[in-house]
Design a protein around this ligand. Structure first.
Ligand code: NAP
Ligand code: F7E
Length: 331
């Protein structure tokens, strides 16, 4: 039975990846950090399943900042594959907590590379890189050759980590992969990312629980896909014969305004009655024209995204409506 270790298992991607790896017959180990509440809602359906938890799913307390414990977890789990997904993932907040973002996203990845190098059996390593490394690119769409020009602390930290992964692969021969992922969303997305915020508000307004939705720049555009497709890409990238970097993207640009219109239409509401702009959600700098070219992933991994932008936003809004109406939604 292959073994995987996931950092960031409690996050959006960690939860979908866990489901995929369990389905593929893996023993999955996950790193969780101590929090004041034990609510790990994205994992609850697996954690509370006695046929899974403690049998082929194991959680270990550690923190990216606690090297001794991380090393101990790596040694005891002895994984064949490591998926390094943990980090501070909010771009807007990275301006407010720049130092810890750089420590957790940049330095912690370097430490992971150092630690796995020392293991008796050196595992394959996936790093969750981001389109934010491109910032304001000269060319579009962006691919694996596009130069890094980040415009925020998060993007700069991911650029550092991405470079380190390439350096350790090229210098020390590690099987280390950068998955350069464009935005991917799902009903499990954190509440303060724009798609979830909008879908949740549309559902809450429909249910009479919210009156308005305040947003930042609604003209901002992104390349948005479904998280389930992206975790499949992570897994495929570690099954390939050689370690490579891959762009995972849909290749299609949509605006925040497009998200608003689809979500409100799904709830049969007129968005213009409820949506207003609020300076608090504007960012000091915005990346421009981030749209990915996933041809390499398609050619080498046979990876293509299966869920369209419209299907994604409709699914997210419908699930929010179930949640706000008190229905139980697993995961
Ligand atoms: P997420 O939902 O914010 O999950 C982040 C995970 O990291 C959580 O499990 C969190 O634990 C964990 N974490 C944060 N700081 C930690 C620390 N100091 N020690 C241990 N664990 C820590 O993010 P996501 O959307 O799943 O994204 C996964 C990765 O892909 C991230 O690295 C993100 O930057 C990157 N990425 C995401 C996207 C996207 O569109 N989703 C695109 C490109 C790259 P808690 O649950 O305890 O907070
Ligand atoms: O913003 C604009 C905002 O926070 C998308 C992370 O997963 O993808 C994600 O980063 C856009 C931006 O995601 C609001 O200014 C307008 O232009 O959902 P977001 P992000 O910043 O693109 C990348 C690839 C990652 O790697 C990250 O980890 O929407 N926007 N109004 C707003 N954004 C938020 N959050 N809230 C608003 O009210």
């Amino acid at each position: 039975m292959p073994r995987a270790l996931i950092t960031g298992i409690t996050g959006q991607d960690g939860s979908y990846l866990t489901e995929l790896l369990l389905k593929n017959g893996y023993e999955v180990h996950g790193v969780v950090r101590r929090t004041s509440s034990l609510d790990r809602s994205r994992l609850h359906h697996l954690y509370s399943d006695e046929s899974v938890y403690g049998k082929n799913l194991f959680l270990h307390y550690a923190d990216l900042d606690d090297t001794t414990t991380m090393r101990r977890v790596l040694v005891s789990a002895a994984p064949d594959e490591v998926y390094h997904l943990a980090g501070q993932s909010h771009v807007g907040l990275s301006f407010e907590i720049a130092e810890s973002t750089c420590k957790m996203t940049g330095m912690a990845t370097l430490r992971m590379l150092e630690m796995i190098q020392d293991l008796e059996k050196v595992p394959r390593f996936f790093h969750a890189s981001s389109s934010e490394i491109f910032g304001k690119p000269d060319t579009l769409p962006q691919n694996e050759q596009t130069p890094f020009r980040p415009v925020n602390p998060y993007g700069a930290a991911k650029a550092f980590a991405t470079n380190m992964v390439s350096i350790y692969r090229n210098t020390f021969g590690l099987f280390a992969v950068n998955g350069i992922m464009f935005n991917h969303e799902s009903p499990r997305r954190g509440e303060n990312f724009v798609t979830r915020k909008i879908c949740r508000a549309a559902a809450a307004i429909k249910a009479g629980r919210q009156k308005e939705l305040l947003l930042g720049d609604t003209t901002a555009k992104r390349d948005w896909g479904h998280a389930r497709d992206y975790v499949r890409g992570m897994w495929l990238s570690l099954q390939h014969a050689t370690a490579e970097d891959y762009v995972f993207a849909t290749g299609k640009l949509n605006s925040v305004q497009d998200v608003v219109e689809i979500a409100f239409a799904t709830m049969e509401l007129d968005w213009s009655k409820y949506v207003a702009q609020d300076q608090r959600f504007m960012r000091p700098a915005e990346p421009q024209k981030l749209v990915g070219d996933p041809k390499k992933a398609s050619r080498l991994l046979n990876w293509t995204p299966e869920t369209s932008f419209r299907e994604l936003i409709e699914e997210m809004t419908q699930i929010e409506f179930k949640r706000v109406s008190g229905q139980v939604v697993s995961g």
